[in-house]
Write a protein that binds this ligand. Sequence first.
Ligand code: NAD
Length: 415
Amino acid sequence: MPETASSKLYKKTIPERLDFLKQACGLDDADLVLLSKTGTLGLENAQRLSENVVGCYELPFAIATNFVVNGKTVLVPMVIEEPSVVAAASNAAKLSEGFDAKTTEPLMIGQIQLVKVKDFSRAKKNILKKQKEILALANRQDSTLVKFGGGAKKIEVRKIGSGKKTMLIVHLIVDVRDAMGANAINTMCEKITPVLEELSGGKARLRIISNLAIYRLATVKTVWKKETIGEETIDAVLDAHEFAKNDVFRATTNNKGIMNGVDAVVVATGNDFRAVEAGAHSYAAFKGKYRPLADYRKNKNGDLEGELTLPLAVGTIGGATRTHPLAKLSLKILGVKTAQELAGIIACVGLANNFAAMRALATEGIQRGHMKLHAKNIAVTAGAKGEQVEKIAAKMAQEGNVSVSRAKELLEKEG
Ligand code: NAD
């Protein structure tokens, strides 16, 4: 493809890119003013995080309250554009008896694909025999990680595929301590590849972290007492859970409710939400059937117990966690010292959001609370400005008719 003005965007300065966009998309000066507002991130930082940058994109930064995790009260920063998620998390946490959070060691998997291997059992034997040397070579790539007690710990060898497409997959298990770990692991995988090729007689193709972090799990639990939420609600939530256990359409939306809370904290702390999303959903299907990530049951007192386990590859160091000023601030607000502590809190928010959604859906429906908050958004979409927004949103919520067409009618009446 010949180089065009747009394909050369990366070579241009930001003012040149803005000028190009202005011409190419018919932007006016007011549009460019919007792009010039770069918030706390700033263009310098933004350009360290992405290419072809022309501005910064803002989202609401909110605080969820009432979370008591392992006996400690925490304020939880959440970055999310969907109304009612923060309110729902805070309310579910308030109704709960506090959360217990546990995490496994931060072990991630790096994968090396070897094709054209002729003798699989000999290749596997050769690789496992040299495990110690391979791990040592991997660890020489990241002395910092090793200094903090992390590093490559183990090798696993798998055979996958069939016939001519059979291949050998080597898993490098790495303790990534307080990092998400992708860069650390990818570097190690690339470095040990020539040795693996030699030992297997095969040809290496992909060398990359797996986002299915089955060895890096957070498990959280809480209780909602029958005296607090009522027996009818407990039965309704358990019916909702049964629905999700038996139906993939419901299970998907159920897990989306968990990810509302999870992603909001993952984004607030500058972590990779795509990695967490991919890991969570494949973990939900890991046993062969897509299922709800959380489990609910009645305890011997008749109270509701909720438990959530999911892989959480998040860091307090690396990636954007220390580059984005608000990500750094989020970690300060949370008061977490390790990635494991952070993962525990994130899972609590996921469980809280899951319970809140199930409770609302199984009782009054989510639209009443959700649409009340969403009404302001709808009013703005219809063209309301300043004080009109609150006024029109309140009127629509009171009428139980939250729609752009109703907002437009009310705006016309306002004159
Ligand atoms: P990184 O390379 O920025 O930082 C990690 C490094 O920090 C470690 O390797 C270590 O040398 C150092 N470090 C200092 N103190 C540490 C401590 N206490 N614990 C652990 N390490 C410590 O980040 P990363 O976590 O290796 O990679 C994360 C980034 O990789 C994210 O931006 C992610 O988006 C990106 N990424 C993701 C994928 C994927 O998920 N598939 C693929 C490629 C890149």
